[in-house]
Design a protein around this ligand. Structure first.
Ligand code: NAD
Length: 493
Protein backbone atom coordinates (compact mmCIF):
# COMPACT_ATOMS: atom_id res chain seq x y z
CA UNK A 1 0.00 0.00 0.00
CA UNK A 2 1.25 3.45 -0.86
CA UNK A 3 2.16 5.81 1.95
CA UNK A 4 3.98 9.12 1.58
CA UNK A 5 6.82 8.17 3.87
CA UNK A 6 7.77 5.23 1.67
CA UNK A 7 9.65 4.86 -1.58
CA UNK A 8 8.51 2.78 -4.55
CA UNK A 9 11.34 0.35 -5.31
CA UNK A 10 11.13 -2.93 -7.22
CA UNK A 11 7.33 -2.91 -7.19
CA UNK A 12 7.15 -2.49 -3.38
CA UNK A 13 6.51 0.40 -1.01
CA UNK A 14 9.51 0.49 1.32
CA UNK A 15 10.79 2.75 4.08
CA UNK A 16 14.06 4.53 3.35
CA UNK A 17 17.11 2.73 4.77
CA UNK A 18 17.94 5.58 7.13
CA UNK A 19 14.27 6.16 7.97
CA UNK A 20 14.39 9.91 7.30
CA UNK A 21 11.51 12.11 6.17
CA UNK A 22 11.03 15.71 5.10
CA UNK A 23 7.94 17.93 5.20
CA UNK A 24 6.11 19.03 2.08
CA UNK A 25 4.42 22.41 2.56
CA UNK A 26 1.14 23.89 1.28
CA UNK A 27 2.30 27.23 -0.14
CA UNK A 28 -1.13 28.83 0.31
CA UNK A 29 -0.99 28.72 4.13
CA UNK A 30 2.53 27.43 4.90
CA UNK A 31 1.14 24.37 6.71
CA UNK A 32 2.74 20.92 6.53
CA UNK A 33 0.77 18.66 4.16
CA UNK A 34 2.61 15.48 5.09
CA UNK A 35 5.99 13.93 5.80
CA UNK A 36 7.66 12.32 2.80
CA UNK A 37 10.39 9.67 2.66
CA UNK A 38 13.88 11.14 2.36
CA UNK A 39 15.92 8.78 0.18
CA UNK A 40 19.69 8.67 0.49
CA UNK A 41 22.43 7.03 -1.59
CA UNK A 42 21.59 3.55 -0.20
CA UNK A 43 17.97 3.79 -1.38
CA UNK A 44 19.03 5.16 -4.75
CA UNK A 45 21.41 2.21 -5.09
CA UNK A 46 18.57 -0.25 -4.38
CA UNK A 47 16.31 1.54 -6.87
CA UNK A 48 18.97 1.55 -9.62
CA UNK A 49 19.74 -2.14 -8.98
CA UNK A 50 16.02 -2.97 -9.24
CA UNK A 51 15.77 -1.06 -12.54
CA UNK A 52 18.97 -2.74 -13.74
CA UNK A 53 17.56 -6.21 -12.98
CA UNK A 54 14.25 -5.34 -14.65
CA UNK A 55 16.15 -4.22 -17.72
CA UNK A 56 18.82 -6.93 -17.89
CA UNK A 57 16.65 -9.90 -16.91
CA UNK A 58 13.04 -8.78 -17.13
CA UNK A 59 10.55 -9.00 -19.92
CA UNK A 60 10.03 -5.23 -20.33
CA UNK A 61 12.69 -4.31 -22.93
CA UNK A 62 11.88 -7.43 -24.98
CA UNK A 63 8.10 -7.06 -25.04
CA UNK A 64 6.54 -5.86 -28.26
CA UNK A 65 5.69 -2.17 -28.47
CA UNK A 66 2.02 -3.17 -28.57
CA UNK A 67 2.32 -4.98 -25.23
CA UNK A 68 3.99 -1.99 -23.61
CA UNK A 69 1.38 0.29 -25.19
CA UNK A 70 -1.38 -1.60 -23.37
CA UNK A 71 0.20 -0.78 -20.02
CA UNK A 72 0.85 2.84 -21.00
CA UNK A 73 -2.84 3.20 -21.94
CA UNK A 74 -3.86 1.63 -18.64
CA UNK A 75 -1.69 4.24 -16.86
CA UNK A 76 -3.38 7.02 -18.90
CA UNK A 77 -6.80 5.68 -17.91
CA UNK A 78 -5.77 5.37 -14.26
CA UNK A 79 -4.71 9.03 -14.29
CA UNK A 80 -8.00 10.09 -15.90
CA UNK A 81 -10.06 8.13 -13.39
CA UNK A 82 -8.36 10.00 -10.55
CA UNK A 83 -7.96 13.36 -12.27
CA UNK A 84 -9.89 15.45 -9.72
CA UNK A 85 -7.99 14.00 -6.77
CA UNK A 86 -4.64 14.37 -8.58
CA UNK A 87 -5.37 17.97 -9.60
CA UNK A 88 -6.33 18.88 -6.03
CA UNK A 89 -3.10 17.31 -4.78
CA UNK A 90 -1.11 19.32 -7.32
CA UNK A 91 -2.83 22.54 -6.14
CA UNK A 92 -1.94 21.77 -2.51
CA UNK A 93 1.66 20.84 -3.21
CA UNK A 94 2.49 23.44 -5.89
CA UNK A 95 -0.04 26.25 -5.37
CA UNK A 96 -1.30 26.54 -8.97
CA UNK A 97 -4.99 27.33 -9.65
CA UNK A 98 -7.24 24.26 -9.99
CA UNK A 99 -8.18 24.80 -13.69
CA UNK A 100 -4.46 24.85 -14.54
CA UNK A 101 -3.86 21.70 -12.46
CA UNK A 102 -6.74 19.96 -14.26
CA UNK A 103 -5.19 21.01 -17.57
CA UNK A 104 -1.83 19.53 -16.45
CA UNK A 105 -3.39 16.24 -15.36
CA UNK A 106 -5.31 15.96 -18.66
CA UNK A 107 -2.03 16.58 -20.53
CA UNK A 108 -0.28 14.00 -18.33
CA UNK A 109 -2.79 11.31 -19.31
CA UNK A 110 -2.59 12.47 -22.95
CA UNK A 111 1.20 12.11 -22.85
CA UNK A 112 0.91 8.43 -21.83
CA UNK A 113 -1.63 7.82 -24.63
CA UNK A 114 0.60 9.57 -27.16
CA UNK A 115 3.63 7.44 -26.28
CA UNK A 116 1.45 4.33 -26.26
CA UNK A 117 0.76 5.06 -29.94
CA UNK A 118 4.47 5.56 -30.59
CA UNK A 119 5.27 2.27 -28.80
CA UNK A 120 2.76 0.58 -31.13
CA UNK A 121 4.39 2.15 -34.18
CA UNK A 122 7.84 1.10 -33.01
CA UNK A 123 7.00 -2.52 -33.84
CA UNK A 124 6.81 -1.69 -37.54
CA UNK A 125 9.69 0.80 -37.54
CA UNK A 126 12.21 -0.86 -35.25
CA UNK A 127 14.47 -1.95 -38.10
CA UNK A 128 15.30 -0.01 -41.20
CA UNK A 129 17.23 -1.45 -44.15
CA UNK A 130 20.30 0.58 -45.04
CA UNK A 131 21.32 0.73 -48.70
CA UNK A 132 25.06 0.09 -48.79
CA UNK A 133 27.33 1.03 -51.67
CA UNK A 134 29.01 -2.39 -51.35
CA UNK A 135 26.49 -5.02 -52.51
CA UNK A 136 28.31 -7.88 -50.77
CA UNK A 137 26.85 -6.65 -47.48
CA UNK A 138 23.35 -6.05 -46.14
CA UNK A 139 22.70 -3.81 -43.19
CA UNK A 140 19.88 -2.73 -40.89
CA UNK A 141 19.67 0.10 -38.37
CA UNK A 142 17.80 -1.09 -35.32
CA UNK A 143 16.28 0.95 -32.51
CA UNK A 144 16.81 -0.44 -29.01
CA UNK A 145 16.10 0.97 -25.56
CA UNK A 146 19.02 2.88 -24.11
CA UNK A 147 18.87 0.94 -20.81
CA UNK A 148 18.26 2.26 -17.31
CA UNK A 149 17.27 5.92 -17.19
CA UNK A 150 17.56 8.24 -14.21
CA UNK A 151 15.06 11.11 -14.35
CA UNK A 152 15.29 14.20 -12.13
CA UNK A 153 12.49 16.74 -12.39
CA UNK A 154 11.46 20.17 -11.02
CA UNK A 155 8.42 21.39 -9.09
CA UNK A 156 6.59 23.66 -11.52
CA UNK A 157 4.55 20.99 -13.39
CA UNK A 158 5.17 18.05 -11.06
CA UNK A 159 3.14 15.28 -12.67
CA UNK A 160 3.45 16.54 -16.24
CA UNK A 161 7.25 16.78 -16.04
CA UNK A 162 7.29 13.20 -14.75
CA UNK A 163 5.13 12.10 -17.70
CA UNK A 164 7.39 13.84 -20.25
CA UNK A 165 10.17 11.47 -19.14
CA UNK A 166 8.41 8.35 -17.86
CA UNK A 167 6.03 7.88 -20.83
CA UNK A 168 8.66 7.93 -23.63
CA UNK A 169 11.18 5.97 -21.54
CA UNK A 170 8.67 3.18 -20.90
CA UNK A 171 7.48 3.27 -24.51
CA UNK A 172 11.07 2.77 -25.66
CA UNK A 173 11.51 -0.24 -23.33
CA UNK A 174 13.73 1.46 -20.75
CA UNK A 175 13.53 0.89 -17.00
CA UNK A 176 13.93 3.88 -14.74
CA UNK A 177 14.38 5.66 -11.46
CA UNK A 178 12.44 8.90 -11.06
CA UNK A 179 13.33 11.55 -8.50
CA UNK A 180 10.69 14.27 -8.17
CA UNK A 181 11.41 17.68 -6.64
CA UNK A 182 11.44 17.75 -2.85
CA UNK A 183 9.02 20.70 -3.05
CA UNK A 184 6.30 18.74 -4.89
CA UNK A 185 6.81 15.00 -4.42
CA UNK A 186 3.21 13.84 -3.97
CA UNK A 187 1.87 13.23 -7.48
CA UNK A 188 4.99 11.25 -8.50
CA UNK A 189 4.09 8.78 -5.73
CA UNK A 190 0.54 8.60 -7.09
CA UNK A 191 1.98 7.94 -10.54
CA UNK A 192 3.92 4.98 -9.12
CA UNK A 193 0.71 3.69 -7.53
CA UNK A 194 -1.22 4.07 -10.82
CA UNK A 195 1.55 2.35 -12.80
CA UNK A 196 1.57 -0.51 -10.27
CA UNK A 197 -2.22 -0.91 -10.58
CA UNK A 198 -1.84 -0.81 -14.38
CA UNK A 199 0.36 -3.93 -14.21
CA UNK A 200 3.79 -2.43 -14.85
CA UNK A 201 6.30 -5.18 -13.96
CA UNK A 202 8.33 -4.74 -10.75
CA UNK A 203 11.48 -2.63 -11.10
CA UNK A 204 10.52 -1.00 -14.40
CA UNK A 205 9.63 2.28 -12.67
CA UNK A 206 11.08 3.20 -9.28
CA UNK A 207 10.27 6.46 -7.50
CA UNK A 208 12.64 7.89 -4.89
CA UNK A 209 11.62 11.07 -3.11
CA UNK A 210 14.35 13.10 -1.46
CA UNK A 211 16.55 16.16 -1.48
CA UNK A 212 18.68 17.12 -4.47
CA UNK A 213 21.98 16.64 -2.71
CA UNK A 214 20.99 13.42 -0.91
CA UNK A 215 18.99 11.59 -3.59
CA UNK A 216 19.47 13.49 -6.89
CA UNK A 217 23.27 13.60 -6.74
CA UNK A 218 23.72 9.85 -6.02
CA UNK A 219 21.30 9.08 -8.85
CA UNK A 220 23.23 11.24 -11.32
CA UNK A 221 26.52 9.64 -10.20
CA UNK A 222 25.37 6.01 -10.13
CA UNK A 223 27.32 3.77 -12.53
CA UNK A 224 24.23 1.59 -13.10
CA UNK A 225 22.47 4.42 -14.95
CA UNK A 226 22.83 4.49 -18.75
CA UNK A 227 20.93 7.69 -19.38
CA UNK A 228 20.20 10.81 -17.36
CA UNK A 229 17.24 13.02 -18.18
CA UNK A 230 17.14 16.24 -16.18
CA UNK A 231 14.80 19.22 -16.07
CA UNK A 232 15.69 22.06 -13.75
CA UNK A 233 18.01 25.00 -13.30
CA UNK A 234 21.26 25.70 -15.14
CA UNK A 235 23.52 25.36 -12.04
CA UNK A 236 22.07 21.90 -11.22
CA UNK A 237 22.21 20.99 -14.92
CA UNK A 238 25.93 21.78 -14.89
CA UNK A 239 26.44 19.44 -11.91
CA UNK A 240 24.43 16.69 -13.61
CA UNK A 241 26.50 17.08 -16.77
CA UNK A 242 29.71 16.81 -14.75
CA UNK A 243 28.39 13.67 -13.05
CA UNK A 244 27.36 12.22 -16.43
CA UNK A 245 30.79 12.99 -17.88
CA UNK A 246 32.51 10.62 -15.44
CA UNK A 247 31.19 7.52 -17.19
CA UNK A 248 29.92 9.10 -20.41
CA UNK A 249 26.23 8.68 -19.64
CA UNK A 250 23.77 9.55 -22.34
CA UNK A 251 22.30 12.89 -21.27
CA UNK A 252 19.40 15.21 -22.01
CA UNK A 253 18.92 18.54 -20.26
CA UNK A 254 15.91 20.87 -20.18
CA UNK A 255 17.06 23.99 -18.36
CA UNK A 256 16.06 27.58 -17.72
CA UNK A 257 15.09 30.44 -19.97
CA UNK A 258 14.60 34.17 -20.32
CA UNK A 259 12.40 34.08 -23.35
CA UNK A 260 11.66 37.19 -25.43
CA UNK A 261 8.30 38.24 -26.88
CA UNK A 262 8.52 40.73 -29.79
CA UNK A 263 5.32 42.73 -30.37
CA UNK A 264 5.12 44.76 -33.59
CA UNK A 265 2.94 47.87 -33.67
CA UNK A 266 0.41 46.41 -36.12
CA UNK A 267 -0.69 43.91 -33.43
CA UNK A 268 -4.14 43.99 -31.88
CA UNK A 269 -3.57 45.53 -28.45
CA UNK A 270 -6.07 43.31 -26.58
CA UNK A 271 -4.62 40.14 -28.09
CA UNK A 272 -1.10 41.33 -27.27
CA UNK A 273 -2.04 42.02 -23.63
CA UNK A 274 -3.78 38.64 -23.32
CA UNK A 275 -0.79 36.69 -24.66
CA UNK A 276 1.74 38.72 -22.66
CA UNK A 277 -0.24 37.87 -19.52
CA UNK A 278 -0.60 34.21 -20.45
CA UNK A 279 3.10 34.16 -21.29
CA UNK A 280 4.22 35.31 -17.85
CA UNK A 281 1.42 34.93 -15.29
CA UNK A 282 0.25 31.40 -16.12
CA UNK A 283 1.48 29.03 -13.38
CA UNK A 284 2.58 32.15 -11.41
CA UNK A 285 5.29 32.71 -14.02
CA UNK A 286 7.03 29.58 -12.73
CA UNK A 287 7.41 28.34 -16.29
CA UNK A 288 10.74 27.62 -17.97
CA UNK A 289 9.47 28.98 -21.29
CA UNK A 290 7.72 32.06 -19.78
CA UNK A 291 8.06 35.03 -22.12
CA UNK A 292 9.52 37.24 -19.41
CA UNK A 293 11.24 39.81 -21.69
CA UNK A 294 8.74 41.75 -23.75
CA UNK A 295 9.91 44.01 -26.60
CA UNK A 296 7.21 46.39 -27.85
CA UNK A 297 7.52 48.55 -30.97
CA UNK A 298 7.71 52.22 -29.97
CA UNK A 299 4.27 53.38 -31.32
CA UNK A 300 2.45 50.74 -29.30
CA UNK A 301 4.63 50.94 -26.17
CA UNK A 302 2.73 53.44 -23.97
CA UNK A 303 -0.85 52.37 -24.86
CA UNK A 304 0.07 48.71 -24.45
CA UNK A 305 1.69 49.26 -21.04
CA UNK A 306 -1.41 51.16 -19.85
CA UNK A 307 -3.73 48.34 -20.88
CA UNK A 308 -1.37 45.66 -19.52
CA UNK A 309 -1.32 47.34 -16.09
CA UNK A 310 -5.15 47.68 -16.06
CA UNK A 311 -5.70 44.02 -16.88
CA UNK A 312 -2.94 42.77 -14.57
CA UNK A 313 -4.39 44.63 -11.60
CA UNK A 314 -7.68 42.77 -12.17
CA UNK A 315 -6.14 39.32 -11.77
CA UNK A 316 -7.64 37.49 -8.82
CA UNK A 317 -5.00 36.10 -6.48
CA UNK A 318 -5.68 33.46 -3.83
CA UNK A 319 -5.76 29.80 -2.86
CA UNK A 320 -5.75 27.77 -6.07
CA UNK A 321 -8.83 25.82 -4.94
CA UNK A 322 -10.97 28.98 -4.83
CA UNK A 323 -13.30 29.60 -7.74
CA UNK A 324 -12.11 32.29 -10.15
CA UNK A 325 -8.52 32.48 -8.84
CA UNK A 326 -6.02 32.99 -11.68
CA UNK A 327 -2.83 33.36 -9.67
CA UNK A 328 -1.91 31.10 -6.74
CA UNK A 329 1.00 31.40 -4.32
CA UNK A 330 4.60 30.82 -5.37
CA UNK A 331 5.78 27.31 -4.61
CA UNK A 332 7.95 27.86 -1.53
CA UNK A 333 9.42 30.33 0.94
CA UNK A 334 12.76 30.04 -0.90
CA UNK A 335 11.21 30.85 -4.29
CA UNK A 336 9.16 33.71 -2.78
CA UNK A 337 12.25 35.29 -1.25
CA UNK A 338 14.19 34.87 -4.53
CA UNK A 339 11.46 36.63 -6.54
CA UNK A 340 11.13 39.45 -3.98
CA UNK A 341 14.91 39.93 -4.08
CA UNK A 342 14.81 40.09 -7.90
CA UNK A 343 12.10 42.77 -7.74
CA UNK A 344 14.16 44.84 -5.27
CA UNK A 345 17.17 44.44 -7.57
CA UNK A 346 15.16 45.61 -10.59
CA UNK A 347 14.20 48.81 -8.76
CA UNK A 348 17.84 49.43 -7.79
CA UNK A 349 18.89 48.89 -11.41
CA UNK A 350 16.65 51.74 -12.57
CA UNK A 351 13.73 49.83 -14.11
CA UNK A 352 10.29 51.37 -13.49
CA UNK A 353 7.96 49.15 -11.46
CA UNK A 354 4.52 50.03 -12.86
CA UNK A 355 2.53 47.69 -10.64
CA UNK A 356 2.81 44.70 -8.30
CA UNK A 357 5.70 43.03 -6.55
CA UNK A 358 4.14 43.08 -3.08
CA UNK A 359 2.08 40.81 -0.82
CA UNK A 360 -1.64 41.27 -1.66
CA UNK A 361 -3.52 43.01 1.15
CA UNK A 362 -5.97 40.11 1.66
CA UNK A 363 -3.28 37.42 2.08
CA UNK A 364 -1.60 37.40 5.48
CA UNK A 365 -0.16 33.89 5.09
CA UNK A 366 1.22 31.98 2.12
CA UNK A 367 3.65 32.93 -0.62
CA UNK A 368 1.35 35.28 -2.52
CA UNK A 369 2.65 38.07 -4.71
CA UNK A 370 0.92 40.70 -6.84
CA UNK A 371 2.09 40.28 -10.46
CA UNK A 372 4.82 42.77 -11.31
CA UNK A 373 5.40 44.81 -14.49
CA UNK A 374 8.73 46.54 -15.01
CA UNK A 375 8.99 49.08 -17.85
CA UNK A 376 12.06 50.75 -19.41
CA UNK A 377 14.22 47.90 -18.17
CA UNK A 378 17.92 48.55 -18.93
CA UNK A 379 19.29 45.98 -21.37
CA UNK A 380 22.35 45.36 -19.23
CA UNK A 381 20.39 44.88 -15.99
CA UNK A 382 20.25 41.62 -14.05
CA UNK A 383 16.44 41.45 -14.25
CA UNK A 384 16.54 41.72 -18.06
CA UNK A 385 19.14 38.96 -18.39
CA UNK A 386 18.44 36.43 -15.66
CA UNK A 387 15.57 34.03 -15.05
CA UNK A 388 13.33 35.19 -12.16
CA UNK A 389 10.82 32.31 -12.35
CA UNK A 390 7.89 34.25 -10.96
CA UNK A 391 5.10 36.61 -12.11
CA UNK A 392 7.48 39.40 -13.13
CA UNK A 393 7.55 40.78 -16.67
CA UNK A 394 10.23 43.12 -18.03
CA UNK A 395 9.27 45.42 -20.91
CA UNK A 396 11.37 47.55 -23.29
CA UNK A 397 10.56 49.56 -26.42
CA UNK A 398 12.22 48.96 -29.80
CA UNK A 399 12.24 50.81 -33.12
CA UNK A 400 12.87 48.34 -35.94
CA UNK A 401 12.91 44.62 -36.74
CA UNK A 402 16.72 44.39 -36.68
CA UNK A 403 16.91 45.98 -33.23
CA UNK A 404 14.19 43.68 -31.89
CA UNK A 405 15.96 40.59 -33.19
CA UNK A 406 19.34 41.67 -31.85
CA UNK A 407 17.91 42.36 -28.40
CA UNK A 408 15.81 39.17 -28.35
CA UNK A 409 18.78 36.99 -29.31
CA UNK A 410 21.17 38.72 -26.89
CA UNK A 411 20.82 36.10 -24.15
CA UNK A 412 22.71 33.08 -22.84
CA UNK A 413 19.37 31.25 -22.90
CA UNK A 414 17.45 30.02 -25.94
CA UNK A 415 14.49 27.97 -24.78
CA UNK A 416 11.54 29.84 -26.30
CA UNK A 417 10.58 33.08 -28.04
CA UNK A 418 7.40 34.65 -29.39
CA UNK A 419 6.55 37.21 -32.04
CA UNK A 420 3.30 39.04 -32.71
CA UNK A 421 2.34 40.89 -35.90
CA UNK A 422 -0.55 41.02 -38.36
CA UNK A 423 2.08 40.89 -41.10
CA UNK A 424 2.52 37.11 -41.22
CA UNK A 425 5.41 37.28 -43.66
CA UNK A 426 7.34 39.41 -41.19
CA UNK A 427 6.34 37.23 -38.23
CA UNK A 428 7.51 34.08 -40.06
CA UNK A 429 10.77 35.78 -41.07
CA UNK A 430 11.48 36.86 -37.48
CA UNK A 431 10.54 33.40 -36.15
CA UNK A 432 13.21 31.85 -38.35
CA UNK A 433 15.87 34.22 -37.06
CA UNK A 434 15.14 33.82 -33.37
CA UNK A 435 17.75 31.61 -31.66
CA UNK A 436 15.40 29.46 -29.61
CA UNK A 437 14.12 25.88 -29.61
CA UNK A 438 10.45 26.88 -29.51
CA UNK A 439 8.99 29.93 -31.30
CA UNK A 440 5.37 30.99 -31.04
CA UNK A 441 3.72 33.28 -33.59
CA UNK A 442 0.76 35.39 -32.39
CA UNK A 443 0.59 33.47 -29.10
CA UNK A 444 2.84 32.38 -26.23
CA UNK A 445 3.07 29.07 -24.33
CA UNK A 446 0.63 26.63 -25.96
CA UNK A 447 2.48 23.30 -25.77
CA UNK A 448 1.68 20.14 -27.71
CA UNK A 449 2.77 16.58 -26.95
CA UNK A 450 3.36 15.99 -30.68
CA UNK A 451 5.90 18.83 -31.16
CA UNK A 452 9.59 18.96 -30.09
CA UNK A 453 10.44 20.77 -26.84
CA UNK A 454 13.87 21.95 -25.75
CA UNK A 455 16.38 24.75 -25.86
CA UNK A 456 19.31 26.28 -27.69
CA UNK A 457 22.39 27.59 -25.87
CA UNK A 458 22.32 27.22 -22.05
CA UNK A 459 18.64 26.22 -22.10
CA UNK A 460 19.54 22.61 -22.68
CA UNK A 461 20.61 19.68 -24.79
CA UNK A 462 18.24 17.43 -26.72
CA UNK A 463 14.49 17.53 -27.24
CA UNK A 464 11.55 16.06 -25.35
CA UNK A 465 8.02 15.33 -26.60
CA UNK A 466 6.93 14.02 -29.98
CA UNK A 467 9.07 11.43 -31.73
CA UNK A 468 12.12 13.36 -30.45
CA UNK A 469 11.13 12.45 -26.90
CA UNK A 470 11.07 8.76 -27.78
CA UNK A 471 14.45 8.99 -29.54
CA UNK A 472 15.92 10.31 -26.26
CA UNK A 473 15.46 6.80 -24.86
CA UNK A 474 16.55 4.81 -27.93
CA UNK A 475 19.96 3.69 -29.08
CA UNK A 476 20.59 2.97 -32.75
CA UNK A 477 22.37 -0.29 -33.50
CA UNK A 478 23.86 -1.22 -36.88
CA UNK A 479 23.68 -4.92 -37.80
CA UNK A 480 25.70 -5.66 -40.92
CA UNK A 481 25.98 -9.06 -42.62
CA UNK A 482 28.47 -10.33 -45.16
CA UNK A 483 26.25 -11.97 -47.76
CA UNK A 484 28.68 -12.85 -50.52
CA UNK A 485 29.64 -16.40 -51.54
CA UNK A 486 33.14 -15.07 -52.37
CA UNK A 487 35.85 -15.39 -49.70
CA UNK A 488 36.94 -12.05 -48.23
CA UNK A 489 40.45 -12.73 -49.52
CA UNK A 490 42.53 -10.15 -47.66
CA UNK A 491 44.87 -12.35 -45.63
CA UNK A 492 44.01 -15.71 -47.12
CA UNK A 493 44.27 -15.63 -50.87
P1 NAD B 1 16.57 22.76 -9.48
O1 NAD B 1 17.69 22.64 -10.44
O2 NAD B 1 16.82 23.42 -8.19
O3 NAD B 1 16.01 21.30 -9.11
C1 NAD B 1 15.57 20.40 -10.10
C2 NAD B 1 15.71 18.99 -9.57
O4 NAD B 1 17.08 18.71 -9.37
C3 NAD B 1 15.03 18.73 -8.23
O5 NAD B 1 14.45 17.44 -8.24
C4 NAD B 1 16.18 18.78 -7.26
O6 NAD B 1 15.97 18.02 -6.08
C5 NAD B 1 17.29 18.17 -8.08
N1 NAD B 1 18.65 18.51 -7.63
C6 NAD B 1 19.05 19.60 -6.93
N2 NAD B 1 20.38 19.55 -6.70
C7 NAD B 1 20.83 18.41 -7.29
C8 NAD B 1 22.12 17.80 -7.42
N3 NAD B 1 23.21 18.35 -6.90
N4 NAD B 1 22.20 16.64 -8.11
C9 NAD B 1 21.11 16.08 -8.66
N5 NAD B 1 19.87 16.59 -8.54
C10 NAD B 1 19.73 17.75 -7.88
O7 NAD B 1 15.39 23.43 -10.27
P2 NAD B 1 13.92 23.80 -9.72
O8 NAD B 1 14.06 24.98 -8.83
O9 NAD B 1 13.25 22.57 -9.22
O10 NAD B 1 13.17 24.17 -11.07
C11 NAD B 1 13.26 25.43 -11.63
C12 NAD B 1 14.17 25.42 -12.83
O11 NAD B 1 13.76 24.41 -13.76
C13 NAD B 1 14.11 26.70 -13.61
O12 NAD B 1 15.40 27.14 -13.97
C14 NAD B 1 13.32 26.35 -14.86
O13 NAD B 1 13.56 27.16 -15.96
C15 NAD B 1 13.70 24.93 -15.07
N6 NAD B 1 12.68 24.22 -15.85
C16 NAD B 1 12.94 23.92 -17.17
C17 NAD B 1 11.99 23.27 -17.96
C18 NAD B 1 12.27 22.96 -19.41
O14 NAD B 1 11.53 22.20 -20.01
N7 NAD B 1 13.32 23.49 -20.01
C19 NAD B 1 10.77 22.90 -17.39
C20 NAD B 1 10.54 23.20 -16.06
C21 NAD B 1 11.50 23.86 -15.29
Amino acid sequence: MKSHDQLYIDGQWVRPQQGGTFATIDPSDESVITQVAAATAQDVDLAVKAARRAFDEGPWPHMSGAERAMILRAIANGIRERQDELAALEVRDNGKPLPEALWDIGDTAGCFDFYADLADNLDGQREQNIALADERFTSVARKEPVGVAGAIIPWNFPMLMAAWKVAPALAAGCCMVLKPSELTPLTALELADIAHQAGLPAGVLNVVTGLGQDAGAPLSEHPGIDKLAFTGSVPTGTRIMQAAARDIKNLSLELGGKSPFIIFDDSDIEAAVEWIMFGIFWNQGEVCSATSRVLVQRNLYEPLLKRLVEQTERLSIGNGMEEGVLLGPLVSRGQYDKVLAAIARGREEGATLLTGGTRPAHCDKGYFLTPAIFADVPEDSWIWKEEIFGPVVCVRPFDGEAEALRSANDSRFGLAAAVMSRDLERAERVARRLRAGIVWINCSQPTFTEAPWGGYKQSGIGRELGEWGLNNYLETKQITRYDSEQPWGWYIK
